[in-house]
Write a protein that binds this ligand. Structure first.
Ligand SMILES: [Zn+2]
Length: 330
């Protein structure tokens, strides 16, 4: 069998029409420019076939013969077992599908399992000063829209003192908790910032029918502090933005945007899992402090009865609403 192609002399890009004779068992002969270059097949370097790319035969003396991929060439390559691994995979749809599924699995697994795990570890190993100053930055941003609290100072003081007493009955927290009062037209709500600041809006304090009900929400927020949920989320989104920055080459503003990201997360609430962890913490604490977690369920119901479009942070995962009230009661 003879194959028509193009040949290039050693260290030259001059092209010659050429013919490769592949009919002998162990020899390849290249007819080019009136010459015949013959050598052992094993001494000729044949490129690995990939898709429809041309095949390259490099002869030991430097001549290179290039041939387009044709059925004839493919058949010869196959007989001479030069059909490469990539070629085999390419022709195998199943293998491609498996490869795609494996890639997806790695990406999704990384996103849903590895990333949260890494975020938790990083959040726990960051120095407290980072969390505290980040919390201050986020509060500054919020304060552009929030007003000073109108609660009487004595009432603020009484709530702070009560929380201090409660904390003495609980396990030590990663940061000292500081209760901060603000007023806002977003309605009854409370937030835990990274670094231990817990913000109570006047509207929440007014909504609570008694101390126990209010404390259940404060304890829920302290649950977020206990689990460092805010820092985890911030680290999580930082890793994502660094990832995006690496992919897109756009790296400015990663650090600048962190406070903004924090505001976004607080406004949009925590994940369902974070909420149930905070609920669980609050429930245990309520039972320890007051002997019952019923006020927590009552507080959830109070909010449910409110005619408000603003979903408070502590009731963010709406579909679980009834379930969470039930869990507080069980
Ligand atoms: Zn919450």
């Amino acid at each position: 069998m003879r194959i028509q192609g193009t040949a290039f002399p050693p260290r030259s890009s001059v092209r010659y029409e050429a013919e490769l004779d592949v009919s002998q068992a162990n020899f390849l002969s290249l007819r080019v420019d009136g010459d015949i270059i013959s050598c052992q097949k094993q001494d000729v370097e044949i490129s690995v076939p990939v898709g429809n790319l041309p095949i390259r035969f490099a002869f030991p003396d430097g001549w290179v013969f290039v041939v387009e991929r044709s059925a004839e060439v493919s058949a010869w390559l196959k007989r001479n077992s030069k059909s490469g691994f990539v070629d085999k995979i390419e022709s195998n749809v199943m293998a491609w599908l498996v490869a795609v599924v494996v890639c997806l699995g790695v990406v999704l697994g990384g996103y849903f399992y590895a990333l949260p795990w890494v975020s938790e570890k990083v959040a726990q190993s960051l120095p407290d000063s980072v969390s505290v100053s980040l919390g201050n930055k986020i509060l500054e941003t919020f304060d552009n829209n929030w007003q000073a609290s109108e609660l009487p100072l004595e009432q603020q003081q009484a709530i702070r003192q009560r929380v201090t007493q409660h904390l003495q009955q609980l396990d030590p927290l990663p940061y000292p908790v500081e209760i901060i009062f603000r007023s806002s037209d977003i309605g009854a709500n409370a937030f835990a910032l990274p670094g231990g600041k817990v913000i109570l809006l006047d509207q929440l304090v007014e909504l609570a029918a008694n101390e126990q009900q209010l404390d259940s929400i404060i304890l829920h927020e302290i649950g977020h502090v206990h689990h460092r949920h805010m820092m985890e989320k911030l680290v999580h989104s930082s890793i994502l933005s660094v990832g995006v920055a690496l992919l897109t080459g756009e790296s400015s503003g990663i650090v600048d945007n962190l406070a903004g990201v924090g505001v976004f997360f607080l406004s949009n609430g925590h994940s369902r899992q974070a909420e149930s962890e905070a609920d669980h913490f609050a429930k245990q604490a309520m039972v320890k402090i007051y002997g019952s977690s019923e006020p927590m369920a009552e507080m959830f119901e109070l909010f449910q009865q409110q005619d408000s479009l603003d979903v408070p942070e502590w009731l963010n995962s709406h579909p679980d609403f009834e379930q969470r009230i039930q869990a507080a009661r069980d």
